[in-house]
Design a protein around this ligand. Structure first.
Ligand code: HEC
Length: 592
């Protein structure tokens, strides 16, 4: 009895020793893979096919095979997945990764299972385990047996199990809504979300399986979505605790979409801590410094400030231009004002600030009224605060401009009419007329679901965020790792947008009459692109409506490795004097 216990204890001890040694090897392997550092602290070195020497971080595997180890697609080159499941598969492992630039056309190459010797040969000679010569992009490494063993230990544990929130048949998301959101926007956001999730889940019922890739069919990876709405309450300082409690109760795979009018900072901090991707929420002011794994449509007001700085530096009077910016303390507008100060390119001292306390309408009115008329105004104010403009007489100097932020004014409040000709908006979206073609699908979907159009930008963002998640999950097949979700999107977003737009243009032509029936009013001009080719061309000439270039309110969306903001510019727009209620461009698309 005593002997047996002793034996068991020794075995357990040996197992922990073994585990600890394994963990230490994996950690050394991580340093090679991620940092390009060998076990003795010297730099990993490599040589490209052309003989260029690489070393340290530049030679690290993560550069190409990415943090998830799932590889990537660069132009036409497919960088294969190299996690343990792929290199050293156990029987029964289904290891399929989508290696296509668009979607669903090519899977990763199969090969004989690797072992240390074969891995060493691949790294030094560029020959895979089955003897195939590898693409020249894969560098050559001369690694010691010990470093190879360390690498192998790291790869064996990399992306082995679904990330939390994902299981064989369900994937769980949270949608965060902050308490500052106006009730009408909040309601339409939640209604759309619910309708989309119901549709999504009914299309995955056994007999209604809707799948675009054979691989999804084989692996049966179509999953039910379980979407929790995390409505926050109270001051931002209390959000972290609320988020943590909900996540602890039922962990999620990612923060899907989301809605805020003020700060998003605490949400991002929480997500970074939990290693949760942030997936294209609708925000006026994303955090100044984006965290790892956070994907946003644009930099919001920060982008607007940069675009404005660039716009104001154009033209012959740029050096004489004086600008007064007015904003309220502790608001996204204050962030924008701070940013404009940083990116101001006019003469020093010609940009003046007036700060008021948020909510102090009297002070605001006084500030707007007393700003010198020889200065242009920039009002980093949202919604009701713009009432401060009421009664403000147009300047005797007709070229005086009043600049407003579109991000801070998601639903345009009626402005003081006499002032309108001098008002310009910084507008980080595609122009209303141009984007109707991009949004035809959204508009017919809303009609079908009986959901009103309250805020086209926000509704388009939500629609895209959800559709993008559906498509990307299909792309991932059964590799549900949070890092990979983000990496794949960084690689594919631009390509996905242009191929979707092309496909939608084709569908629209084919479905001409159907689609036209679903569109009316202002959108009729865009419906022109749905006609037969000849009529279409005529319509396009008549209305200047191009075919859609994307599927959202943004003219183009794209990311690259490590990028966080998909849309990178804005227009300056004014009211279109010819078409009341419409906006017209007053500048090109400005990428600051
Ligand atoms: C500059 C980009 C780049 C870097 C850095 C890089 N690789 Fe690769 N690797 C590739 C490409 C591209 C392929 C696929 C070539 C092909 O399939 O023809 C590849 C393939 C491989 C394969 C073969 C996979 C298979 O399916 O047979 C292994 C193993 C591999 N890499 C390991 C590594 C390791 C380990 C490191 C770091 C020490 C590393 N790679 C660094 C680009 C890179």
């Amino acid at each position: 009895m005593g002997m047996l216990l002793l034996a068991a204890a020794t075995a357990a001890h040996a197992a922990t020793d073994d585990g600890a040694a394994q963990a230490a090897a994996a950690e050394r392997g991580r340093r090679i893979y991620v940092e390009g550092l060998l076990h003795d602290g010297t730099s990993l070195t490599a040589r490209t096919e052309q003989g260029t020497a690489l070393s340290g971080g530049a030679a690290a595997c993560i550069q190409c095979h990415r943090a998830s180890g799932m590889g990537s697609v660069e132009g036409n080159v497919r960088i294969q997945p190299i996690t343990g499941r792929y290199l050293f598969p156990e029987t029964g492992d289904l290891t399929m990764a989508n290696m296509d630039g668009i979607r669903g056309k090519t899977l990763n190459r199969s090969h004989a299972p690797y072992d240390d010797a074969l891995l060493e040969r691949t790294l030094s000679k560029g020959i895979d385990a089955s003897g195939r010569g590898l693409n020249a992009l894969m560098p050559r490494y001369a690694l010691s047996t010990r470093d190879i063993a360390d690498l192998r230990a790291y790869l064996a544990g990399l992306s082995t199990a679904y990330s939390p929130g994902a299981s064989k048949d369900t994937i769980r998301f949270a949608v965060v809504v902050t308490p500052d959101v106006a009730p009408a926007r909040r309601q339409v956001f939640l209604d759309m979300l619910q309708a989309a999730v119901v549709t999504k889940n009914s299309s995955t019922l056994p007999r209604k399986r809707y799948m675009t890739m054979a691989a999804n069919f084989v692996t049966q990876t179509e999953r039910r979505w379980d979407v929790a709405v995390w409505s926050l309450e109270g001051p931002p300082s209390s959000w972290a605790a609320q988020l943590e409690a909900r996540h602890r109760a039922a962990p999620v795979f990612a923060l899907l979409s989301g809605l805020a009018e003020g700060t998003w900072e605490p949400v991002q901090d929480f997500a970074a801590k939990e290693h949760l991707p942030i997936w294209f929420p609708s925000l006026a002011a994303p955090p100044k410094v984006p965290a790892n794994g956070a994907l946003y449509f644009s930099r919001g007001v920060m982008l607007e400030a940069d675009v404005l700085a660039s716009h104001l530096s154009q033209g012959s009077q740029a050096t004489e231009r004086a600008v007064v910016q007015i904003y309220a303390n502790d608001t996204p507008g204050a962030q924008a004002a701070e940013r404009l100060k940083q990116s101001w390119r006019g003469a020093p001292g010609r940009l003046q600030d007036i700060v008021v306390n948020a909510g102090d309408e009297q002070a605001l009115r006084a500030a707007v009224g007393k700003a010198p008329t020889d200065a242009d105004l920039v009002l980093w104010l949202g919604g009701p605060a713009l009432k401060a403009l009421d009664g403000l007489q147009p300047s005797p100097r007709p070229e005086r401009r009043v600049y407003l932020s579109r991000s801070l004014n998601p639903t345009t409040e009626p402005l003081f009419e006499p002032l309108l000709p001098s008002v310009r908006w910084v507008y980080p979206y595609e122009l209303p007329r141009l984007r109707q073609a991009n949004l035809a699908y959204l508009h017919s979907w809303l009609k079908l679901k009986n959901i009103p159009l309250v805020d086209e930008e926000m509704q388009s963002e939500l629609f895209l965020s959800l559709n993008l998640m559906t498509d990307t999950l299909q792309d991932l097949i059964d590799n549900l790792y949070r890092d990979y979700l983000v990496e794949r999107t960084e690689d594919m977003l631009g390509k996905r947008e242009s191929s979707k737009a092309e496909q939608e243009n084709r569908d629209r032509r084919a479905l001409g009459r159907l689609a036209r029936a679903a569109v009316d009013g202002e959108q009729r001009s865009a419906a022109g692109v749905m006609d037969a080719p000849d009529a279409r061309t005529a319509q396009r000439r008549a209305f200047g409506v191009p075919e859609s270039s994307g599927t959202s309110v943004y003219p183009r969306l794209a990311l690259g490795p490590g990028q966080h903001f998909a849309s990178k510019g804005a227009y300056i727009v004014r009211r279109d004097p010819g078409t009341p209620g419409l906006l017209a461009a007053d500048s090109d698309w400005i990428i600051p």
